[in-house]
Write a protein that binds this ligand. Structure first.
Ligand code: PEP
Length: 248
């Protein structure tokens, strides 16, 4: 049985005061749930959020990292630097990074490898554009992105990752894939994992759905057989809305 993982992706939102106030509102309520909750915060608030999370069952995540250990990479952050702040999870290959910051399948693969080597849990994002969906390339795209991201990653390592299927046209747009459709793509991704790593391993890896998940659609999405939780953007910024998703 895979435990659902609900991860909030705060994107470029929340100063320290905002972040700490939000954590205070979430902490007590999340303590009552059995799902795994992760908050993926901007780098600037990681330290304070970690302190505010003390004694809580909420895990800390980041939204990106570099694949090198250190070096002349102005503006970048390494896995060890994330670990300094008590980070356990890191989003890798989010479509906004692929779209605006030239993230490629190759850099995604390097980042996933480094995260695993350093003991961080990658939340690996894959998903198609609207154009790709309309030309019926969804399955081909998610297969390619998944396999390229996992190139040269061993079975024992891959069992630690979390995958997120995020159709790009559904992110921040208010549009969602129909729950059945999202479930079908996710079960296909599991087939791809099964082909590469075998059934046992493919059954271990949680696969989330992401794309305009909110309180109003969370139950329907999360009740799908193959969907193991959600990666939540906009709706993770308000405690009441996020808690309603966590309590789907
Ligand atoms: C995301 O940031 O991964 C996301 C799915 O955003 P939203 O929920 O706002 O669509």
């Amino acid at each position: 049985m895979r435990i659902p993982i609900i991860a909030g992706n705060w994107k470029m939102h929340n100063t320290i005061d905002d972040a700490v106030a939000l954590v205070k509102e979430l902490k007590g309520e999340v303590a009552k749930t059995d799902v795994k909750v992760v908050l993926c915060c901007p780098f600037t608030v990681l330290g304070e959020v970690k302190k505010a999370l003390e004694g809580s069952n909420i895990a800390l995540g980041a939204q990106n990292m570099h694949w090198e250990d250190y070096g002349a990479y102005t503006g970048e952050t390494s896995a060890d630097m994330l670990k300094d702040h008590g980070v356990d999870y890191v989003i890798i290959g989010h479509s906004e990074r692929r779209q605006y910051f030239n993230e490629t399948d190759e850099t995604v693969n390097k980042k996933v490898k480094k995260a695993l080597e350093k003991g961080l849990i990658p939340i690996l994002c894959v998903g198609e554009t609207l154009e790709e969906r309309e030309s019926e390339k969804t399955y081909e795209i998610v297969k390619n992105q998944t396999l390229k991201a996992l190139e040269n990653i061993e079975k024992s390592q891959v069992e630690k990752i979390v995958l997120a299927y995020e159709p790009i046209w559904a992110i921040g747009t208010g549009k969602t894939a129909s729950p059945e459709d999202a479930n079908a793509v996710i079960s296909y991704i599991r087939e791809v994992l099964k082909e590469k790593y075998g059934e046992e391993t493919s059954e271990i890896i949680p696969i989330q759905y992401g794309g305009s998940v909110k309180a109003a659609n969370a139950t329907e999405i999360m009740n799908q057989e193959d969907i193991d939780g959600a990666l939540v953007g906009g709706a993770s910024l308000k405690a009441e809305e996020f808690l309603a998703i966590v309590n789907f």
